[in-house]
Design a protein around this ligand. Structure first.
Ligand SMILES: [Zn+2]
Length: 115
């Protein structure tokens, strides 16, 4: 198929629908302009001064661990916990070392599991 013929068809179609296409472009431009104006208005606090920058994202998503006092991303914490996963893990390890391991205990005598 010749590309030139398609081009001609497209041109003809565009020509045929030019008023509608222009209207669509106008609508899109108007919507875009309105959006830009809104953004500009929102970015200024009325006396021409640009609003101060919003706080950096990591001050919202970061949390200070109550155990190691490091500022860590929220992802490093379990939900609702003040200690980071690392501190909780080392805490659990410490607990595990101080308590006897369940599996190491000999089985209760007298309890026989039928085969
Ligand atoms: Zn910690």
């Amino acid at each position: 198929m010749a590309a030139g013929a398609i081009e001609e068809q497209v041109k003809a179609l565009v020509e045929l629908h030019r008023p509608e296409l222009q209207q669509l472009v106008d609508q899109a431009l108007e919507a875009e302009l309105a959006r830009l104006v809104d953004e500009r208005i929102a970015a200024r606090n009325g006396n021409g001064h640009v609003r101060p920058e919003p706080p950096p994202a990591d001050s919202v998503t970061a949390k200070v661990c109550t155990a190691c006092h490091r500022s860590l991303p929220v992802a490093a914490f379990e939900t609702g916990r003040g200690k980071c996963r690392e501190c909780r893990r080392s805490e659990r390890n410490r607990e595990r070392r101080s308590t006897p391991v369940e599996a190491d205990r000999p089985a209760e005598p007298g309890i026989v599991t039928p085969a």
